[in-house]
Design a protein around this ligand. Structure first.
Ligand code: FAD
Length: 390
């Protein structure tokens, strides 16, 4: 039962290759060594451990599916999912750092960038020498990114970028930002903006009760001169950033399983050890109901993620299928965290156990990369052909 895949109630491990299991175990060991012993304190102190960036690079957590010639891992999507699962078992904020770098910075540069851009940026991002961020959301445009007002003008030998982005993971520590902005015709394009460019600043957002070990900030562009070679040549329209989000959301669908499993395992152990009324609380039917339902939901989420991974590998996973998995698995993890919190009683609110940190983290995860309700409306649109969110 304590095997590497645990809990694995439906033998999902039989569907994995030996390489998948090795990658998972390697990441599990990394998280146990480099994240778990410190994460509670980092979160309590609102500290982003910037040294983790290089360590993530060394272990191959950045851009696992990017081809090896650009410094990526050249792995399949199940491997990518397992890596996200293991990092998020440690902490959703740490997973955010990794998935932004891989899916929201490296992915668009690889997918929509020129060969020169790929060669210039991808190896540095893969190794963790540079940290990147992804600027789509604005103060007045969150669920509706198409309404963005950040814009750039063609000035002949450069572009002039103005506007601001809000809620940007990694921004205070980034060396490079992939920024989505409108050109003079109102078309959404991607620009690579490097730290140090005049007029570009990244103020930090303070007072978060969630993802406290991940740094979040704004991106402010005040007449920023962006070199022309920094435009992503092959991205045109909202589908550019949305395709990046597909990739990141896929990773979140796996990551959420990691959190749920961490909460479930902690609750199971606690229930067996904790005694009330002369017996272990695990012997009470209501506690067993909680544990049984947690395991059932985790098992369903594992099957959903695995199947989505095989579809991704075949290039067949639709945006709508990814929406469903992100929404279901994050919601599942939040329910599991809340039930686990109850099983831990008063101890569940302390940093002695990971539960409360995971639960607060998930309040961001259920909102970013498309809110819980927006993903539901994406499914509703798919079912009926009617867009309810516009
Ligand atoms: P709003 O869009 O204002 O939504 C508020 C509420 O209204 C939600 O419940 C929503 O579901 C509901 N709502 C909105 N429209 C509709 C509708 N049509 N029908 C029904 N309900 C609706 N963004 C980035 O670009 N890059 C990042 O790296 C990044 N990192 C983030 C990190 C954190 C910690 C957080 C909290 C956010 C991050 N985001 C990032 C932004 C995130 O993607 C947005 O917060 C999210 O898209 C929601 O936008 P909003 O917060 O403006 O909420």
């Amino acid at each position: 039962y304590e095997s590497a895949g645990a809990p694995d109630y439906y033998n999902v491990d039989d569907l994995l290759t030996d390489e998948h299991k090795l990658i998972r175990q390697t990441m599990r060991n990394f998280v146990k060594r480099e994240i778990s012993p410190y994460i509670e304190q980092w979160a309590q102190d609102v500290h982003f451990p910037s040294e983790i960036v290089k360590k993530f690079g060394d272990i191959g957590a950045f851009g696992p599916t990017i081809p090896t010639e650009y410094g990526g891992g050249g792995l399949d999507y199940i491997s990518y999912g397992l890596i996200m699962q293991e990092i998020e078992r440690g902490d959703s904020g740490m997973r955010s750092t990794a998935s932004v770098q891989g899916s929201l910075v490296m992915y668009p540069i690889h997918q929509y960038g020129s060969e020169e851009q790929r060669r210039k940026y991808l190896p540095k991002l893969a190794s963790g020498e540079w940290l990147g961020c992804f600027g789509l959301t604005e103060p007045d445009h969150g669920s509706n990114p198409g309404g963005m007002v950040t814009n750039f003008k063609d000035m002949g030998d450069h572009y002039l970028l103005n506007g601001s982005k809000m809620w940007i993971s990694n921004s205070p520590e980034c060396q490079v930002a992939v920024v989505w902005a409108k050109n003079e015709e109102g078309r959404i394009k991607g620009l690579i903006v490097e730290r140090g460019t005049e007029g570009f600043s990244t103020p930090e957002i303070h007072n978060k009760w969630s993802l406290r070990a991940s740094c979040t900030g704004e991106l402010v562009f005040d007449n920023v001169k962006v070199p022309k070679e920094n435009l992503l040549p092959y991205a045109d329209g909202l589908k550019g950033p949305l395709s990046c989000l597909d990739s990141a959301r896929y990773g979140i669908a796996w990551g959420a399983i990691g959190v749920a499993v961490d909460c479930y395992e902690s609750a199971r152990k606690y229930a067996l050890q904790r005694h009330q009324f002369g017996k272990s609380i695990a012997s009470f039917q209501l506690v067993q109901k909680k544990l049984a339902e947690m395991l059932t939901e985790i098992t369903k989420a594992q099957l959903l993620a695995w199947r989505l991974g095989t579809l991704k590998n075949e290039g067949k996973a639709s945006t709508q299928q990814i929406s469903m998995a992100k929404r279901n698995n994050v919601d599942m993890a939040l329910h599991v965290a809340r039930e686990a919190r109850q099983i831990h009683g008063g101890m569940g609110i302390t940093g002695e156990y990971p539960i409360m940190r995971h639960m607060m983290n998930l309040e961001s995860v259920i909102t970013y990369e498309g809110t819980h309700d927006i993903h539901l409306l994406i499914t509703g649109n798919d079912i009926t052909g009617i867009q309810a969110f516009k």
